[in-house]
Each structure stands twice: as structure tokens, then as C-alpha cells.
Design a protein around this ligand. Structure first.
Ligand code: HEC
Ligand code: HEC
Ligand code: HEC
Length: 466
């Protein structure tokens, strides 16, 4: 299902952007991002991609081609190609997933080796051109919904393995591509080539691998194949990621995707990963949860389909690299637990609507201490998710609920119910304001207007009438 509301909301902004794009190429350098443009051309991930089975057979150790195919399969998981190129209930990699963009719906394409409708006739060069340069075989520039600005960092040797996998390890499926629903003149592709020239980084050459150094390996995966920044980096006025490398503290400092905040992954102690250890990060990417938090929204799918399949060395490398990212705000002080509110909740002293709503709807799982139950119901006290300035994720999860990913490491996954038909916008604002100011948390209040906006955008039930 695609999010029409999101498209409508941003259509105005983007139309202006697209038209400007057609007129001149120079505007973006000087433009600053207006409020509310933090939409990105990454897809709706509410529909889990079909698991990729039936690909390559276990390779014989002495067969180099089979080894290459196997390696390509691993890289395709790390790059999560299936997430976008598999439609709900569709054949793996046959395309057709609708991706809401601000100017209309884009459909991912068939990348199975079918000769007629897929990429069966693509040479290695054609494949490379699409994946790393963003240029289709017919010369047209691809929409940046295909994260080629990240894949530009993938080394040619890995592209070769990916190509071997897609040609030999993926069964061909005959399924014709759907054309976009984008109306003319916005459907013209030449402005996309201007975008590409302005924002896409140079593709990397086949340099000697630095993978023995875990930090370099982590950077390689995060910036390139795993395209973490496609969601976690804020976008500018032309929907370009504000940074593609750690030269700027904007890189991985948080972006809104599909009405979730893909939060700050930098070293910030209040809302980033400053208080997470490398082992915490690795556990989160492998199991989908740790003592601090549990994955939800788009991240739940990323863990389920991509990161849980990565090997321990690669996960450790990602964690090590993320821990090198300097905080956006180096002066912020770490939060400390405060038991005043927990005591007050127990004695029943002076309760407002926020505290009462919490006791009635949330405390059974997250407890009056706000500490929840480790690895089962995540802590709300001192949580970086709860203390993020932008409350989009919190409102979204309270209205619609959430489900942890299914992982091999943590097969029992827990869910949180949605409260859209039980709590009014005022109740949600009050309970979240309460949560964000209790137990040592220090985050700004949530307003009724913010809740109403997310309720509409995520297609939640209307407020209950009282
Ligand atoms: C975040 C979503 C997303 C991910 C992840 C993604 N793609 Fe794509 N890809 C797209 C979309 C959307 C298009 C079509 C763009 C267009 O029509 O302009 C596309 C187009 C392509 C094309 C061009 C096909 C053609 O018909 O010319 C190839 C090849 C491709 N992707 C391969 C890959 C591979 C390989 C991976 C993993 C390494 C991958 N994609 C990951 C969204 C994605
Ligand atoms: C499709 C979008 C998307 C991609 C791609 C993505 N993330 Fe996320 N990520 C999110 C969202 C949304 C959240 C917030 C929900 C949550 O905390 O689970 C999140 C949360 C996280 C968290 C939890 C932080 C906390 O304090 O709770 C970590 C760690 C993380 N992502 C790491 C990564 C890494 C590393 C990558 C690349 C391998 C990545 N993400 C790729 C969307 C994405
Ligand atoms: C039935 C138990 C249950 C109830 C009741 C419940 N939650 Fe949750 N909550 C969970 C679970 C399970 C998760 C993890 C979901 C996931 O990761 O997909 C969660 C996650 C969260 C998170 C994200 C925390 C993080 O760091 O990942 C917030 C915020 C939250 N809940 C707030 C609330 C509020 C506010 C209420 C009351 C309106 C509430 N919850 C009621 C079980 C519950």
C-alpha cells in the first residue's frame, strides 16, 4: 500500500522544486531547506519483501564461479536489493513495488535475468551503469529512489559478484515493468540527469581493499552497499541527502522517512548512539533489539531482510565505524535516571491527563518506572528514541503500534498495540509529553497539532468521540 497522503502533502513543495530544476541548475547551492521537506525518495517499507529462497545451491569449494555467485547473494542481502525490487506477494526481484514519491508513484523494475522483461540482456557494464551511475541501459537517468548515490561507493569487484548472482543465482521471472504514474511534464527524465550531475558522487575505482581495517570496512558498508544514509541523513530542498560522507555532521544525523524518524546515529549522548556500546549496536542489527531499544517501522524490515543476515565481522565493523561519528552537539550532557515520577505514580500524587493516560494504557508493559522489561518491552526512560527532538516516530508508534522484526537470534518477537481508536490527539500529546519529561528524560513537549498531522499522514483511525 502506498501513502497517497504523503504524496499530496509534499506535492506542492516538490512541484516547485521540479519546475525550478527544469529552469536552472544553479538554485540548489543557495537554497535552504524549508520546513517539512524532509521527505525522501525512499520507499514505503510497510510490506515486507518476500524472502529470497531457491537461489544459488551451496557452491562446491573449488568452483570459483559458484563462489562468486554466493558472494553476490550475500552482498545483495547487505544492499537489501529485495526490499525495493520485490512487490508484496510478488516473485523475488521481479519488481513492481509502488514507491510513493512527491510527484507521483514510481515502480521498481524487474531485475531478474529474464531476457524480455528483466535484465537478462544486461552486460556487466550495463548493470554497473544502472547500479552505480543511475543510468538505465537505454540511457535514461533513474529516479534516485534507486539509491545509486550510495551504491557509487561499491567497488567494481563487488559489482562483479552482484552481477554473477543476478545472472546465475536468481530465477528469471517474466513480468513487464509498470511505467510511473507521474504526469507530464514532471515525467520527463532529463531533469533527473541534471540532478544526477549535481548530487551523485563519483563512482569509486577498483582500489585495493582496506577491509582488514574494521573501521574502513564499516565505512564502506554504511556509506555504500547498506545505504544507511538513504534513511538516516536529512534531505535538502531537492531531496538530495545533505551529506554522503562523514565530512559533515549532517551525515546520519536523522531524517524522516515514511512518517518515521530514522534517528540520529552519531555520537550524541541524548538522542544518538553516544551511550550505546559496539556490542549494543551489533546486537540491535542482528537480533532487532538490545537493552536500550527495539527496531520498529522501516528499521524492522532492514533488520529482518538485511542486517540479520550479515556476518559478525561485518556487523562489528559497522558498529566500530558508527562509534567514530562525532556528536552533532558535543556540549549536551548525558541524561541520568530520576525516580521522582515513578514514586509519584505509585503514591497517586498529583496526576495530570498525561500520567493517567500512561497508567491506563502503557504502564502494564513499560512499567511505572519507565524501564519496561529488558529485551521484551523497551525502556522509555533515557531512551534515545524518546529523547529525539522530532516526535514523529513516537506519535506514529502510539497511534499504529509496532512489531519487532523476526530474527534467527531473537525468534520471539513482541508487538505493541495501536491506540488510534482509543486515544484522542490531546491524550497522545499529553502522554508523550509526560513520557518525554519523566524519569530523567528531557525532550520538548508534543503538541496536538503534531499528533493530528501524523494521524492523517499514516492513515490512522479518526480520534474517538468523547
Ligand atoms: C530503496 C529502493 C531500492 C533499492 C534498495 C534498490 N533499488 Fe534498484 N531500483 C529502484 C527503483 C525505484 C528503480 C527504478 C527507477 C526508475 O524507474 O527510474 C530501480 C532500478 C534498478 C535498475 C535499473 C533496471 C532497468 O530496468 O534498467 C537496476 C539494474 C537495479 N535497480 C538494480 C538494483 C540492485 C542490484 C540493487 C541492490 C544492490 C538495487 N537495485 C537496490 C529501487 C531500489
Ligand atoms: C529504510 C530506511 C532505513 C534504512 C535503510 C536504515 N535505517 Fe536504521 N532506522 C530507520 C528508522 C525509521 C529507525 C527508527 C525506528 C527504530 O528505532 O527502530 C531506525 C533506527 C535505527 C537504529 C536504532 C537507534 C536507536 O537509538 O534506537 C539503529 C542503530 C539503526 N537504525 C542503524 C542503521 C544502520 C547501521 C543502517 C544501515 C545498515 C540503517 N539503520 C539503515 C530506518 C532505516
Ligand atoms: C502490550 C504491551 C505494550 C503496551 C500496552 C504499550 N507498549 Fe510501547 N512498546 C511495546 C513493545 C513490544 C515495543 C517495541 C515495538 C517494536 O520494536 O516494534 C514498544 C515500543 C515503544 C516505544 C519505542 C521505544 C524504543 O526505543 O524502541 C515507545 C516510545 C512506546 N512503546 C511508547 C508507548 C506508550 C506511550 C504506550 C501507551 C500509550 C505504550 N507504549 C503501550 C509494548 C507495549
Amino acid at each position: 500500500m502506498i501513502r497517497k497522503t504523503m504524496m499530496k502533502r509534499f506535492a506542492g513543495v516538490f512541484t516547485a522544486g521540479a519546475l525550478t530544476l527544469m529552469g536552472a541548475a544553479a538554485w540548489a547551492q543557495s537554497a535552504t531547506s524549508p520546513a517539512g521537506t524532509a521527505v525522501s525518495p525512499v520507499p514505503t517499507r510497510t510490506v515486507p519483501a518476500v524472502a529470497v529462497e531457491g537461489g544459488a545451491q551451496p557452491p562446491a569449494a573449488n568452483d570459483p564461479q559458484a563462489q562468486l555467485v554466493k558472494q553476490g547473494e550475500y552482498l545483495a542481502r547487505a544492499a537489501d536489493c529485495a526490499a525495493c525490487h520485490t512487490a508484496p506477494k510478488g516473485q523475488p526481484f521481479a519488481g513492481g513495488l509502488p514507491i510513493a514519491s512527491p510527484i507521483g508513484t514510481i515502480y521498481s523494475t524487474n531485475i531478474t535475468p529474464d531476457k524480455g522483461t528483466g535484465i537478462g540482456s544486461y552486460s556487466l557494464e550495463d548493470f554497473d551503469k544502472a547500479v552505480r551511475h543511475g543510468i538505465a541501459k537505454n540511457g535514461a537517468t533513474l529516479y534516485p529512489a534507486m539509491p545509486y548515490t550510495s551504491y557509487a561507493k561499491v567497488r567494481p569487484a563487488d559489482i562483479k559478484a552482484l552481477y554473477a548472482y543476478f545472472m546465475n543465482g536468481v530465477p528469471p521471472v517474466a513480468q513487464t515493468n509498470k511505467s510511473t504514474d507521474i504526469p507530464w511534464p514532471m515525467s520527463m527524465r532529463w531533469p533527473l540527469s541534471i540532478w544526477r550531475k549535481m548530487f551523485a558522487p563519483a563512482v569509486v575505482a577498483d582500489t585495493a581493499s582496506t577491509d582488514r581495517d574494521p573501521i574502513s570496512r564499516g565505512r564502506y558498508l554504511v556509506e555504500g552497499l547498506a545505504h544507511c544514509s538513504a534513511c538516516h541523513t536529512p534531505r535538502g530542498v531537492a531531496f538530495q541527502e545533505k551529506a554522503l560522507t562523514d565530512d559533515s555532521t549532517a551525515f546520519l544525523s536523522g531524517g524522516v522517512v515514511d512518517n518515521f524518524l530514522a534517528k540520529n546515529l552519531r555520537g550524541d549522548v541524548t538522542d544518538g548512539l553516544g551511550s550505546w556500546s559496539e556490542a549494543d549496536i551489533t546486537a540491535f542489527l542482528k537480533a532487532g533489539r538490545n537493552d536500550h531499544s527495539a527496531a520498529f517501522g522501516g528499521m524492522s524490515d532492514v533488520v529482518q531482510h538485511s542486517t540479520q543476515h550479515m556476518n559478525d565481522d561485518d556487523l562489528a565493523a559497522i558498529a566500530k565505524y558508527l562509534k567514530t561519528l562525532k556528536p552533532v552537539d558535543p556540549n549536551a550532557k548525558a541524561l541520568a535516571y530520576d525516580d521522582t515520577v515513578a514514586k509519584a505514580l505509585r503514591t497517586g500524587a498529583g496526576k495530570g491527563n498525561g500520567a493517567l493516560t500512561f497508567l491506563d494504557n502503557c504502564a502494564a508493559c513499560h512499567r511505572s518506572t519507565g524501564k519496561g522489561y529488558t529485551q521484551t518491552f523497551p525502556t522509555l526512560a533515557l531512551s534515545a528514541t524518546v529523547n529525539s527532538t522530532d516526535p514523529t516516530s513516537l506519535i506514529h508508534i502510539v497511534l499504529r503500534g509496532a512489531e519487532m522484526p523476526w530474527t534467527k537470534t531473537a525468534p520471539t518477537h513482541y508487538a505493541m498495540p495501536g491506540f488510534d481508536d482509543r486515544l484522542t490527539d490531546q491524550d497522545v500529546a499529553d502522554v508523550l509529553t509526560f513520557v518525554r519529561s519523566s524519569w530523567g528524560n528531557q525532550a520538548p513537549a508534543v503538541t496536538v497539532a503534531q499528533v493530528a498531522k501524523v494521524r492523517k499522514a499514516v492513515g490512522a483511525a479518526a480520534q474517538p468521540q468523547r
